[in-house]
Design a protein around this ligand. Structure first.
Ligand code: ATP
Ligand code: MG
Length: 437
């Protein structure tokens, strides 16, 4: 039955707060960034990996650490209604990639360089550069222990900024050392913060004995002075850890990549050791970190695998695109090469045969479509053609059709003004329509 729906009764449905639709022309900028990333990954020989968006909750609890912002308050977790499994929308993808590598013994014949792009989910307060569904580009080098791979990853992100024309991006570097060094530092940290207990906020007090390193990551402005005065992990590093950091900076120095050592830099997840780094810009307010990463040599064991050294980073795509816009270097969306103007609906099949031949040659064509009333007037079709940004209008008028021809009209200051071509040999003149051929 075709029941009538009364519009007033139907409530308008909106997207979930903090989760955004990415629409044209904006979506073209996303595609352009994704293209660049694929090309970059190809040059650095990183292979694509695609893991599920939903993972067992335990993967993140064990992988990221229980006393972390993500696990304590940011995860979208739910029980599967059918079998009660505890599941979580991935808040990040390093744990998922490691899970997949273990599950499929991906490293059976040697280390792997992998990358991914896709949505992540965190229940945060939405604001500029911080959303509940956001997108990351991630690169993970699994099974590598040498500092040169940490450097390779940093060089790769650096190359992306250069190719995008991003300036005002600074690299900060630190070492979190090894677990035994952290243990000593932890004791000193607890002592320091206990001595200034009255300056701590409630969260810091609660975390002090659970995971004191997290206090260094606090964004509470009132605590920055006491954090600044805290003992530095760098001062607790042994020879091997220092050498590792040196091996990273040696490569960066040789390649002319500027960095600063930030002894306060800790990352939001527990899985990091040795090298940690962030690329930060001052142009995006307090959401200025566009890429963050580091080494995670203990994560494989943490989620049930064999000890495997690894290092990786993740880039926040929204923030990179925002920064591109901020700098005015954002690409404008693509326009079709040609717009097909069809005055009479009776010609549509013939026109579409011709357009298929053009597209097979790589030409992008947008065709004026019919409405319930038939085809619009030539005048309004030309208006649409102009608005599409196309370089050429293809006019399939009655005179043209009678002669088996199409007229090509330049809409902008393209080379030719007006030319006639035979419909039957579109492949031959197709190339003349392509702006970037
Ligand atoms: P922040 O300190 O800004 O919360 P984070 O340390 O939680 O960042 P990571 O987990 O290291 O971030 O994620 C890597 C990158 O992903 C960040 O540097 C940022 O660019 C981006 N990112 C993280 N959370 C969000 C979010 N909620 N919305 C948009 N981008 C995000
Ligand atoms: Mg965060």
């Amino acid at each position: 039955m075709n029941e009538k729906i009364t519009p007033r009764k139907v409530e308008k449905l909106l997207a979930v707060k903090g989760m955004n639709d990415i629409l044209p022309p904006e979506s073209a900028r996303w595609e352009a960034l994704e293209e660049r990333v694929r090309e970059l990954m190809r040059r650095f020989a990183y292979e694509n990996v695609r893991t599920p968006i939903v993972e067992p909750t335990a993967l993140f609890v064990r992988g990221l650490g229980e006393v972390t912002d993500i696990v304590e308050k940011e995860m979208y977790s739910f029980d599967d209604r059918l079998n009660g499994e505890a599941l979580t929308l991935r808040p990040e993808n390093t744990a998922g990639v490691v899970r997949a590598a273990i599950e499929h013994t991906l490293l059976y014949n040697g280390p792997k360089r992998l990358y991914y792009m896709g949505p992540m989910f965190r229940h945060e307060r939405p604001q500029r550069g911080r959303y509940r569904q956001f997108h990351q580009i991630g690169a993970e080098a699994l099974g590598f222990s040498g500092g040169e791979i940490d450097a390779e990853l940093i060089l790769m992100a650096h190359a992306l900024w250069q190719e995008l024309g991003l300036t005002d991006v600074a690299l900060q570097l630190n070492s979190l050392g090894q677990p035994d060094e952290r243990q000593q530092h932890r004791a000193a940290l607890i002592q320091h913060f206990e001595a200034h207990h009255d300056l701590l906020d409630e969260e810091a007090k609660r975390r002090l004995h659970l995971n004191p390193l997290r206090l260094l990551d606090s964004k509470n402005p009132a605590m920055q002075a006491v954090i600044e005065a805290a003992p530095r992990l760098l001062d607790f590093l042994g020879e091997a850890s220092k050498r590792h950091l040196q091996s990273v900076t040696d490569v960066l120095d040789a390649c002319g990549v500027a960095y600063s050592i930030n002894p306060r830099l800790v990352r939001g997840m527990d899985y990091y050791n040795l090298t940690v780094f962030e690329f930060v810009t001052t142009k995006l307010g307090s959401q200025g970190t566009i890429c963050a990463g580091g080494r995670y040599d203990y994560l494989f064991e943490q989620v049930g695998g064999k000890p495997t050294p690894a290092v990786g980073w993740a880039i926040g795509m929204e923030r990179v695109l925002e920064l591109l816009k901020e700098q005015g270097t954002a690409d404008s969306g693509p326009a079709p090469d040609a717009y097909a103007i069809v005055p009479d609906a009776a010609f549509l099949s013939t026109v579409m045969v011709c357009l298929q031949a053009l597209r097979a040659q790589g030409v992008s064509v947008q065709m004026h479509a019919s409405s319930a009333e038939g085809m619009a007037s030539m005048k309004s079709q030309f208006k649409r053609a102009d608005a599409s940004g196309a370089a050429y209008a293809l006019v399939f008028g009655a005179d043209e059709m009678a002669q088996g021809q199409v007229t090509v009209k330049a809409l902008r200051d393209a080379g030719i003004a007006q030319l006639s071509h035979a419909l039957s040999c579109a492949a031959e003149w197709a190339k003349s329509l392509q702006s970037n051929a």
